[in-house]
Design a protein around this ligand. Structure first.
Ligand code: NDP
Length: 299
């Protein structure tokens, strides 16, 4: 049988790394690699998006196949899982023996499916989940979580560190995505909480900007409580002293105020439903963090 990895090691690559997808994020990743002195080949479905990077010294491949063949390491930064599948399926043979780093946002199971597909085709696979906006790429301020091939992670770490602070989460390719989506769940619920609060005060004429000026420092201060909640959850004892009780946390008055102002109470009503579920189950005197148990049990 042909030793494919040997063939690839011996073949002449025209660049160190290939980036597929030049949206806002893919362009930032490619630009950071270029700034770090690496030679980069890029491909984008819409070729015009490569112009700036070509002006700065990247090679633009005319096809996905050409792009994959140019480098031993291929980065995919496309829109969704389906676009990754669609783009890579026709070049499975060309990818064989190379390392694929997929930083496209996917669900954990989509990442696992891609890892299985890569293994089937002899491709090293690392899944990446980007916790940064494009402007943060190239500094240590952003974080990127990785899971999948440990060997690929260790080998590529100096390159990955060009983009952000790298963090490895294990061989199961779905893990980086799971942490990513869990973080985003918290973020979007915080944003929705702000939108809901802004809608409530709009009835008294307060602008969203005025509300934001008050809400932002308050939320920032409240995040200091996360560590305490985490200790209670990890300890598993919701009767521990010093915690705000579920009964004390009853939010019926906030739901009512929202309704009275003609504002859809659904974001806060969802929180209230979790709290009342725990109170109805007889845990009213226990810590607010017990809501975690309702979420874990799926009820
Ligand atoms: P953009 O919308 O700016 O770019 C999307 C890219 O995907 C373009 O290159 C587009 O090509 C390409 N694409 C879309 N569909 C297909 C397809 N069917 N076949 C081939 N190429 C396709 O998105 P971003 O660059 O911002 O995001 C890319 C990934 O990075 C996403 O998964 C996103 O969730 C993730 N990410 C982005 C962050 C951000 O702040 N931007 C933050 C964290 C993660 P074309 O130019 O031809 O349309």
């Amino acid at each position: 049988m042909e030793d494919v990895s040997e063939t690839i090691r011996n073949s002449t690559h025209t660049s160190d790394i290939t980036v597929l997808g030049l949206g806002a994020m893919g362009s930032a990743l490619a630009a950071a690699l270029l700034s770090s002195g690496r030679s980069v080949t890029v491909w984008n479905r819409t070729p015009a998006r490569a112009t700036d990077l070509v002006d700065r010294g990247t090679d633009a491949a005319g096809s996905v196949r050409e792009a994959v063949l140019a480098s031993p390491v291929v980065i995919a930064c496309l829109l969704k899982h389906a676009s990754v599948e669609e783009t890579l399926a026709p070049v499975a043979d060309e990818l064989r023996g190379r390392t694929l780093v997929n930083v496209t946002t996917t669900s954990p199971n989509e990442a696992r499916a891609l890892a299985a597909w890569a293994a089937e085709h002899g491709v090293g696979y690392l899944d990446g989940a980007i916790m940064a906006v494009p402007a943060m790429i190239g500094s240590r301020a952003g974080q990127i979580f990785y899971s999948g091939s440990r060997a690929a992670y260790d080998t590529l770490l100096p390159t990955l560190d060009v983009w952000a602070t790298s963090e490895y989460h294990g061989e199961d390719a779905g893990r980086a995505s799971l942490v990513d989506l869990a973080m985003l769940s918290g973020m979007y619920q915080m944003f929705t909480g702000f939108f809901h609060g802004a809608a409530m005060v709009a009835s008294m004429g307060m602008s969203a900007a005025d509300f934001a000026a008050r809400q932002a420092p308050f939320l920032a201060a409240m995040t200091e409580g996360l560590d305490g909640y985490a200790k209670v959850i990890d300890g598993g004892d919701y009767t521990v002293a010093g915690q705000q009780s579920l009964e004390f946390s009853d939010l019926a008055h906030i739901v009512r105020a929202s309704e009275e102002e003609g504002v859809d109470p659904s974001p806060i009503a969802a929180v209230q439903a979790l709290i009342s579920g725990q109170i109805a189950a007889g845990h009213g005197s226990e810590a607010l963090a017990r809501v975690y148990e309702s979420l874990r049990s799926g009820s």
